[in-house]
Design a protein around this ligand. Sequence first.
Ligand SMILES: NC(=O)c1ccc[n+]([C@@H]2O[C@H](COP(=O)([O-])OP(=O)(O)OC[C@H]3O[C@@H](n4cnc5c(N)ncnc54)[C@H](OP(=O)(O)O)[C@@H]3O)[C@@H](O)[C@H]2O)c1
Length: 265
Amino acid sequence: MNYQGKTIWITGASSGIGEAFAKAFYKEGANLILSSRRKEALLEVKKSLGNDTSNVKIITLDLTETDSFPKKTKDALATFGQIDVLINNGGISQRSTVLESEMSTYRRLMEVNYFGAIGLTKEVLPHMVERQSGHIIVTSSVAGKIGTKFRSGYAASKHAVQGFFNSLRQEMYEHNVAVTLLCPGFIKTDISKNALTGDGSKFGRMGDAHKKAMTADEMVDKVMPKIKSKKEEIYVAGFKEGLAIWVQRISPTLLNKILKNQKVT
Ligand SMILES: NC(=O)c1ccc[n+]([C@@H]2O[C@H](COP(=O)([O-])OP(=O)(O)OC[C@H]3O[C@@H](n4cnc5c(N)ncnc54)[C@H](OP(=O)(O)O)[C@@H]3O)[C@@H](O)[C@H]2O)c1
């Protein structure tokens, strides 16, 4: 896949994995639309990409405000005339037990991670179907396959993402629109700092597993060839999470026994 002159719309582009995707697709010569809530942070990312950023536009959006998506999508389409790849990457995590978590925290995780991703996809899809061409990517997680302590709402939102986008893929084969589920393990970003605790306040620090994990740039380097070949499901994880996925396929019961005694951060 050659991205020269193609348009890539990335949510969650102000930091971490989204920022790393912005750098990678900029190097490929693509037109970029960068989205998230924080305009200043997006401007910093844009500035860091290179000297000529005339092919990089910013559209701020809040993934919980799905009513704004029709207008945002209209603006995105007007920017470069088309959208070739949508990367639904913006998201938040969780650090709280079920007993501690308020319903508002569960609802927020679903609003951002699930309804945000499906809402934007639904707006962009008619355009891709009309052109009989396009690629929808969604950053799910290993947590989209495996539930662990302190992540009940996060895992639920990512499992929901998996279900929706697996169904969408079936419907899109006949329209030549590819759907990729990206499932990272621990990646060294601000995800745990921004994670919600039970009352919805921020966790505020980086977990041990994230401190030791690969960076977002390393992750994106690894997955770009698979994105280019429009692989349907991509795993990119450290040894432990990779092993967990494998054990779950063989024996979910064994995985539960192993996870029961694991320290989760
Ligand atoms: N890091 C990991 O270990 C890991 C593992 C598996 C999956 N993931 C997934 O990877 C994706 C990116 O996370 P990251 O690791 O790069 O974390 P991050 O550095 O915290 O980035 C999260 C991004 O999401 C945006 N965002 C959060 N809430 C939003 C909202 N309401 N509306 C619009 N944008 C919002 C943030 O931008 P603003 O604050 O500017 O809005 C930011 O750009 C997430 O979907 C996450 O679940 C991460």
